[in-house]
Design a protein around this ligand. Structure first.
Ligand SMILES: Cc1cc2nc3c(=O)[nH]c(=O)nc-3n(C[C@H](O)[C@H](O)[C@H](O)COP(=O)(O)OP(=O)(O)OC[C@H]3O[C@@H](n4cnc5c(N)ncnc54)[C@H](O)[C@@H]3O)c2cc1C
Length: 379
């Protein structure tokens, strides 16, 4: 494989992105002043607020890259990057639409049938349709090809049975895309015989059991599929092509600004706190700010690559490893320097609670280091 390269950002007129950035900042300041949200750490995973999602949809900031013929805004990945970066930096509650907007949109555009695109895309753009991801299983995480959920052919569709786990937001989302085995394991090619299905989370044969986090929050679920019927129209992509489809989504899932900005609100608050304590210099704080600035450039470069339809899986893995490590280091730094008001204390404790997930979700950092090493031709 060719050595990965970090590509320069796509050329988008900076006056367009600067104006957009200013518009989003003004909107967020208004929303915050109106009490619409309180900035939160890891808000893209934990802060589900359908009203806020509707307000973003009204501004045209959902489904930005969806073509106009599917109800979208036909804008670039770089413009979407600018909007999402501002939302994350403000700690805005964007969990409701995050998965649909980030990865279901590009997947549908690439693999969806005409009727799936016409049905789901306009609803995602309007902030009316939320999705989950049905990949992990109790014995299948990093080694995703080992999934045991089975899809058996029945009249007019498929019957799915198995257990999915760690399904973020399944109790609130409308549908999730399930990776299942449609043919027995072929020892010569473990990635063959896998397929994807769009499954209605409120359908029969689908049971959603909450998994409550240590701090009492509920965003994880276990989803049990017991002969859940999926009509032929909801087969996603091609039967047997599931592995290739899943892996092609990963650059979208791994490279975005949510991989380095989950604790940005805390970094900003810590800086303010230290300033009020009269601390004007801190080398460690400086390093964290510099790392964040570097990650902004790298993640923007991947957004540019995605816009040009360039291969970006290795750079995306690099962004995710470095970005999620930085997010955790910010949480630790704030924890060591804690000493603000009760809102600040809440931010710190939420960041510490969420920290273990940063380097696990979307592929663990150990596994991603393997991906990077292989991409560099080291293994
Ligand atoms: C916050 C959060 C949200 C999530 N949301 C979803 C979701 O919505 N939908 C979904 O399907 N899943 C979701 N997941 C699950 C996530 O994708 C898995 O946790 C992840 O892929 C790891 O799988 P695992 O937990 O089974 O760990 P395992 O794969 O069992 O790994 C255990 C440990 O072994 C290490 N390891 C495993 N294989 C290797 C290897 N080859 N080389 C080196 N080290 C290795 C791992 O790095 C890890 O440290 C979520 C997870 C988190 C934390």
């Amino acid at each position: 494989m060719a050595a990965p390269r970090l590509v320069p950002p796509a050329v988008v007129d900076p006056s367009v992105t600067d104006a957009l950035r200013a518009e989003v900042r003004a909107f967020l300041a208004e929303q915050q002043a109106a009490g619409a949200f309180t900035p939160s750490v890891d808000a893209w995973l934990t802060q589900w607020d359908e009203e806020f999602t509707a307000a973003l949809a009204a501004r045209g900031w959902l489904g930005m890259t969806v073509p106009v013929e599917y109800g979208g805004h036909g804008r670039s990945f770089v413009e979407r990057f600018v909007v999402t970066e501002e939302l994350l930096a403000a700690g805005a509650p964007v969990a409701a639409h995050w998965i649909a907007d980030r990865q279901i949109v590009p997947s549908l555009l690439k693999y969806g049938t005409e009727s799936q695109k016409s049905h789901f895309l306009p609803r995602i753009v309007r902030g009316e349709c939320f999705f989950g991801i049905g990949m992990s299983e109790p014995d299948s995480g990093s080694d995703l090809a080992s999934v045991r959920t089975r899809a058996d052919r029945v009249v007019d569709g498929w019957s799915l049975s198995g257990t999915k786990v760690w399904t973020s937001g399944a109790h609130r989302a409308h549908a999730f895309i399930v990776l299942a085995r449609t043919a027995p394991v072929d020892r010569a090619d473990r990635h063959a015989g896998l397929s994807q299905f769009i499954v209605d989370l409120r359908g029969t044969g689908v049971e959603i059991r909450p998994i409550i986090s240590m701090n009492g929050d509920h965003h994880f679920n276990e989803v049990i599929l017991d002969e859940a019927f999926v009509p032929d129209e909801m087969v996603f992509g091609e039967i047997g092509n599931g592995w290739q489809q899943v892996t092609s989504e990963l650059s979208f899932e791994r490279s975005g600004p949510e991989r380095f900005l989950s604790t940005f609100v805390l970094l900003a608050s810590t800086t303010e706190c230290m300033a009020t304590q009269g601390i004007s210099h801190d080398a460690e704080l400086g390093r964290l700010v510099a790392r964040t600035a570097g990650l902004h450039q790298m993640s923007a470069a991947v957004a540019g690559a995605l816009q040009r339809h360039d291969q970006a899986d290795i750079p995306a893995a690099v962004v995710k490893v470095l970005g999620t490590t930085t997010e955790g280091d910010i949480a630790d730094f704030a924890d060591r320097h804690a000493g603000g008001d009760s809102h600040y204390a809440d931010l710190v404790s939420h960041a510490i609670d969420q920290r273990p997930g940063f380097t696990l979700r979307g592929g663990t950092n150990e596994v991603l280091r393997g991906v990077i090493a292989r991409g560099l031709g080291l293994r």
